[in-house]
Design a protein around this ligand. Sequence first.
Ligand SMILES: [Zn+2]
Length: 258
Amino acid sequence: MIADWMAAWADPAWAEDYDNVGLLIGHEQQEVDTVVTTLDVTEGAIDYAAKVGAQMIVSHHPLMFRPTRRIVDSDRDGARLLKLIERQLAVCAVHTNMDAALGGTNDIAAERLGLLDVCPLQPVNDASGAGMGRIGSLPHSMSARDFALFVKKVFDIPSVRLIAADPDMWIYRVALCTGKGMSFFRDACAAGANIFLTGDVTYHEAEEALTGRVCILDAGHFGTEQPIAEAMAQYLQQQDQRLAVYPYLQARDPFMTL
Ligand SMILES: [Zn+2]
């Protein structure tokens, strides 16, 4: 049921080919009265789920992203899989299908920025209006430098990295792709963005972008995607008031800013 509700929001057909989404671990007919939502199925999230008596974890990032050839506790994924199965915790992942979904990771980011006339950078091939990335306009233009500070504030993150030939350049059209999004940078440029907000920008990508006219703001993978844990919890609660839903909000960015 939970996996079906998530699929009704984020259609698995929208997931990228490389992705694995849906119920990853668990009995399909298992009764669930308590759910934890999280960005990642970390040790902390698993312990939290066990503490609140959950039967299921709904995560954005799939746990088994690489091929799993053995399940042993000396391996990171192995240890987590053993723990999940021993504690009878099911896992459902809604990943790139949630990035594409209306109200998903990208829409949440667009909404936090107050963007107007938002539409996907790469629409999916159906009439849903979903798609990867978003582009929209700021209600008021601002400098790239001020936009960077604005993003820090609205995402409540300690730092961002601005890649701009001129940090005082005027920003009006904003494209974004939460998480690791540089593969959509060309779409952002083609769509007329002044700045592209994403995470996981590499040195060479940044260096190359300096020669162009579109700025990049790296707000981190964690920083741009962590809000989905709470959004998924709110959604599930709306589906069934009797369900106990706990977003795992103690997660922290693996990168520490000093
Ligand atoms: Zn991600």
